[in-house]
Every structure is written in structure tokens, then in C-alpha cells.
Design a protein around this ligand. Structure first.
Ligand SMILES: *[C@@H]1O[C@H](CO)[C@@H](O)[C@H](O)[C@H]1NC(C)=O
Ligand SMILES: *[C@@H]1O[C@H](CO)[C@@H](O)[C@H](O)[C@H]1NC(C)=O
Ligand SMILES: *[C@@H]1O[C@H](CO)[C@@H](O)[C@H](O)[C@H]1NC(C)=O
Ligand SMILES: *[C@@H]1O[C@H](CO)[C@@H](O)[C@H](O)[C@H]1NC(C)=O
Ligand SMILES: *[C@@H]1O[C@H](CO)[C@@H](O)[C@H](O)[C@H]1NC(C)=O
Length: 511
């Protein structure tokens, strides 16, 4: 059984706060049918102004399978070594983690990463955390995603000039739900992904730190935890120093953030058997706050921290923002099509490094793709296409990838695919659209329609483009200047797609 909640009775000299309770819960997510999934979780309790947040335990088990002989060697891969090879490690708190993660006698590790519910969806900045968790999972360990339901309430010293705005409880609940959905989708489907290692177990846990923080009393906290936290160490942390020097300074609440996160690790270590925390390099101070508290309060070794580098482009800018804003992981905030396009347009200088960091393709395959790129006759962007496919599949699943590929093909001028209403609707959120009545459209010339929809600014511009061969109706080039829209042009009686060149398009809905 993959879910083993190991207890740490030997150094569990005091249960600081009340542990979780769970209720049975049957998952209904789109888990591949070859996998049995059973979850227990703390159920959402809805009352008008009072919610209690979720903790989910999910255990995905595949039917027992025989391991091919050539994989036997790889069945106990060292996850730290793999992460290092791919450029996914910035620092680790102790070299002992290397042996701990492949020590057959100590069994699988539980490893956690925190996610703050600051928005309804995770974004590209959270992707590395999920990828590293997934690598641990693929190497036989058990990931724990910790939603910061409590820490999300108070903000953090994020280097931004302002304190985080207070989130009201409804917003927070919505955010937690959105994030839980994405994490569940990603961590439960990873077996579908191409990987050079044998994933074993595959179970994962989602917890919410509000579950324990809501019980914590200030006096108990000061007595049992605060006593062990040295203020000198706390103010010497880089992010705090920077903030103290700023004009606005820092509130006591935000200053406490590292202690809260430190205590989370202690709690999880003691009550959930979690011994590794991962995070971005900006989390180093928070992570070591946790390993320190564990060492001082529980007086044991065996808690580890691991950080991965921030995702930067080769020009030094942050990867993860498009001109339209953040790259969200939830399909309701950003369509799989747009997500796919973002990765498709990664510059050549970054694409190989991103394949190592963001995909699970094995290194030989990546090296092969890299040498392809230098060969004469290489078709530009084929490596980008592979990157976009792999990352989209990881985040949006096979269905999301298909949706993205279908939309990409449908939006390609001159494309042979027959358009249908569903495909056009699928992309309608990603491109401008308008609604017109049937008799405002039929018998109107294409030139007129391309102006009245705002696609082109004047009839003369439309004629010019048509003469250059750049005007398309439903992906078919039109060269007849007097072409009138006919009833048969309206796809499934509902929509038209007009394109001006490769980039500009408009969907016309017939109302
Ligand atoms: C929230 O609801 C639960 C269960 O309905 C109740 O036990 C608890 O006291 C409520 N908490 C607050 C802060 O109102
Ligand atoms: C702790 O985490 C917060 C939230 O991500 C971050 O802004 C801050 O810099 C971290 N602080 C330390 C000391 O690592
Ligand atoms: C490759 O992608 C870049 C960036 O998206 C684009 O500018 C270029 O036109 C593409 N090349 C081809 C041949 O598609
Ligand atoms: C379009 O023009 C044809 C022929 O002139 C006419 O029979 C038809 O009723 C017109 N349709 C609309 C919707 O105006
Ligand atoms: C051009 O379009 C008009 C109106 O749709 C049509 O009557 C005419 O036959 C077309 N000409 C050619 C060469 O297809």
C-alpha cells in the first residue's frame, strides 16, 4: 500500500497542536481508468461566512505491473541526482539528503512544497514546485502539496513594496478550490507521461495549513515555538533585510511569516512524516527556519530542504509573463491553446534548458533534440513544439493538449482541417469575436464584413490584403474581390472565421 503514514514516535515528545481529522471522500476527477484512486479528506463545510478548508489524501495505485528487465536498474533512481543533472537544484540543506532519498532501508520520503492561495489559479511560477514534486513521485516518494490557507490570510514579505491585500474568506475559498483542482489534476495523471524512470506508488497528499493554525493559541505558540526562534537570525535573512531598509519597512505580521512556515515544516515532520521541503531559491530562509526549528525543538536530524533556481530567460528576464499578463495553469484562466503558444514561442537560446527543467523527457532524447537543432535542414521551432507539447500535457493532460493542438491547427491560415463550430468556439475566447444577425451577414461582401467586424480599418486596406493573398474566410484564401458571404459559408449555421494574414483573426457569431 502506498499510503503509509509513518509515525515519528521516537522523537514525538509532545504533540503541539491538534491533529487532523478526515472523512471519506471519493474522487471524481478524470483519473485514468487504469488507476484506482481513493482519497480521504476533510470535507468543505459551507456556512455563509465560515468555511473550513480542505485536506485531501489521494492514493493512486496502478494495477501491479511487471517491470521490464532493462528498467530494473532504474527502478530506484536517486531523485537528487536527477534533479541536479537537469539544473533543478540551487541548494540543499545537507548532503545527507542524497543518501536518504535512495536508501532502501528508510523507505519512501514524504516531500512537501507550499502553495499560497493568492489567486484562483496557480501560475507558471508554481510550475517548478509541481515538477520537482512530480520527480520525487516518479522516483517512488510521496509528494505533499501544502496550501497556505493560513499564511494566505496574513500576507508575506515578498519584496513587493506593499503588504499583501487582505483576502476575504470567500475569495480565499475559491482560490483554494482552484489550486486544489490543478494540483490534483497534475499529480494524479503523471503516470501518463513519458518518463525514463519507473514511477511507483504515485500517491500524493494535499493539506491545508489552516487546519492546524486555526487551533493555535498565541500564548502556546510563543511558549512552545517562539522561544526557539532567534530574532537575530530572523532579521538577517536577505528578504527581511531588504524590506527593513525600504521606506515602508515591514509589519510584525509579515515578519512572522518565516516562523509560520517554519512551524508548518515542524508540524508536518512530526505529524505527517514529512522530512523534505522544496521551494524556489527565494524560499531558502523560510525553509531553513523550518529545519532549524525541528533541530531545536525536536532535537533530531533528518529534516531536509531543497531549493530550485528561479525560472529565468537567457536575457535575464523572468519567464512566465506574456503581454496579456501571467501564465496561469488553470484552463479557466488561460486556455490550453494560449498556454501551448507561450511555450511554442520560447527563443532558441532557452529551449534546450527548458526541456531539461520543465519536461520529463530523458536526457539522451533532449541531447538528441539539441543536436538536431544544429543540423542543416532543421525545421525551425520543432524543438519548441516538443517543449510546448510536453509542458501542456503535464499541466492540462492529454485532452488539454489535444484541444491546444486542434486550436493551433484551426487557426493556421490555409489549414486543411475542416472547421467545425466546436473548434471555433474553443478558440473564441482567445481571439476577438463579435455577434451579427444572419441577414446582416448573408449577401454582404467579404470586404465589407472584414471592415464592419473591425478586423481591417478600411475597404481599401481589405482589398489590398486580398490582392496580396492575405485574406481568409474559414481558413480558405479568398481572391475574388466581390465575394459575398453565402449561407453555406457559415460553419454549422453558427460562426465564421475571418483572418487577415497569419496573426489577426475575428470570429463572427451569427445571432
Ligand atoms: C465554523 O463552522 C464550524 C462547523 O460548522 C464551527 O464548529 C466553528 O465554530 C465555526 N467557526 C467560526 C470561526 O465561526
Ligand atoms: C518566505 O516566503 C515568502 C513568500 O513566498 C517570501 O516572500 C519571503 O521572501 C520568504 N522569506 C524568507 C526569509 O525566505
Ligand atoms: C519560429 O518561432 C518564432 C517565435 O515564435 C517566429 O518568430 C518564427 O517565425 C517561427 N519560425 C517558423 C519558421 O515558423
Ligand atoms: C441574399 O440575396 C439573395 C439573392 O439576391 C436573396 O434571394 C436572399 O433573400 C438574400 N438573403 C438575405 C438574408 O438577405
Ligand atoms: C466572385 O464572387 C461573386 C459573389 O459571391 C460571385 O457571383 C462570382 O461568381 C465570383 N467570381 C468568381 C470568379 O468566382
Amino acid at each position: 500500500m502506498a499510503t503509509s503514514f509513518r509515525t515519528f514516535l521516537s522523537f514525538h515528545h509532545r504533540t503541539l497542536f491538534i491533529p487532523l481529522t478526515s472523512a471519506a471522500f471519493v474522487a471524481s476527477s478524470n483519473i485514468p481508468s487504469s488507476l484506482a484512486i481513493h482519497c480521504t479528506r476533510k470535507l468543505y463545510c459551507y456556512t455563509p461566512r465560515n468555511i473550513s478548508l480542505t485536506s485531501i489524501r489521494c492514493c493512486v495505485q496502478s494495477a501491479p505491473r511487471t517491470i521490464e528487465p532493462q528498467y530494473k536498474v532504474a527502478s530506484h533512481p536517486n531523485v537528487v541526482q536527477i534533479l541536479e543533472e537537469r539544473g533543478l537544484i540551487e541548494s540543499i540543506t545537507s548532503e545527507n539528503l542524497r543518501s536518504a532519498c535512495s536508501d532502501p532501508s528508510s523507505g519512501p520520503l514524504r516531500v512537501y512544497c507550499g502553495f499560497d492561495p493568492t489567486a484562483e489559479s496557480l501560475h507558471l511560477g508554481n510550475l517548478l514546485g509541481l515538477i520537482v514534486l512530480s520527480w520525487f513521485q516518479r522516483c517512488g516518494h510521496e509528494p505533499v502539496a501544502l496550501i497556505g490557507g493560513a499564511t494566505g490570510r496574513i500576507g508575506d514579505p515578498s519584496g513587493k513594496s506593499q503588504e499583501r491585500p487582505d483576502l476575504d474568506v470567500n475569495t480565499l475559498e475559491k482560490n483554494v478550490k482552484g489550486i486544489v483542482d490543478t494540483i490534483t489534476q497534475i499529480l494524479s495523471q503523471n503516470k501518463n507521461l513519458n518518463s525514463n524512470v519507473i514511477p511507483s506508488g504515485g500517491s500524493f497528499v494535499i493539506l491545508n495549513n489552516y487546519d492546524w493554525w486555526k487551533e493555535v493559541k498565541l500564548l502556546d505558540f510563543l511558549k512552545q515555538v517562539g522561544r526557539f526562534a532567534r530574532v537575530g537570525a530572523m532579521i538577517s535573512k536577505e528578504s527581511v533585510k531588504k524590506r527593513l531598509e525600504s521606506e515602508q519597512g515591514m509589519s510584525y505580521t509579515e515578519f512572522t511569516y518565516q516562523l509560520l512556515q517554519g512551524y508548518d515544516f515542524l508540524y508536518l515532520f512530526q505529524n505527517e512524516g514529512v522530512s523534505v521541503q522544496i521551494g524556489g531559491s527565494d524560499q531558502w530562509g523560510n525553509i531553513t527556519a523550518g529545519t532549524e526549528l525541528i533541530r531545536k525543538i525536536l532535537q533530531v536530524e533528518g529534516a531536509y530542504g531543497l531549493t530550485f533556481p528561479l525560472l529565468l530567460k537567457s536575457d535575464g528576464t523572468k519567464f512566465g509573463k506574456s503581454e496579456d499578463g501571467a501564465i496561469w495553469l488553470s484552463p479557466s484562466m488561460l486556455s490550453p491553446y494560449k498556454f501551448y503558444q507561450y511555450f511554442f514561442s520560447v527563443p532558441d537560446a532557452d529551449v534546450v534548458r527548458f526541456l531539461k527543467i520543465l519536461t520529463f523527457l530523458n536526457m539522451e532524447e533532449i541531447n538528441e533534440l539539441a543536436s538536431e537543432m544544429t543540423r542543416p535542414g532543421y525545421t525551425p521551432n520543432t524543438t519548441q513544439q516538443r517543449l510546448a507539447e510536453e509542458v501542456t500535457r503535464f499541466v492540462h493532460g492529454e485532452d488539454g493538449l489535444n484541444e491546444a493542438l486542434k486550436a493551433t491547427e484551426a487557426l493556421r491560415p490555409g489549414s486543411e482541417t475542416k472547421l467545425d463550430w466546436k473548434t471555433i468556439e474553443g478558440i473564441a475566447n482567445d481571439i476577438p469575436s463579435c455577434s451579427l444577425a444572419y441577414n446582416q451577414v448573408v449577401n454582404l461582401s467579404l470586404i465589407d464584413l472584414s471592415v464592419s467586424t473591425g478586423l481591417l480599418e478600411s475597404k481599401s486596406a481589405a482589398r489590398r490584403l486580398l490582392k496580396q493573398g492575405g485574406l481568409y474566410l474559414n481558413n480558405n484564401r479568398v481572391d475574388n474581390e466581390s465575394k459575398k458571404i453565402e449561407a453555406e459559408d457559415i460553419v454549422d449555421g453558427k460562426v465564421l472565421l475571418i483572418s487577415a494574414g497569419k496573426k489577426n483573426k475575428v470570429v463572427v457569431r451569427i445571432s
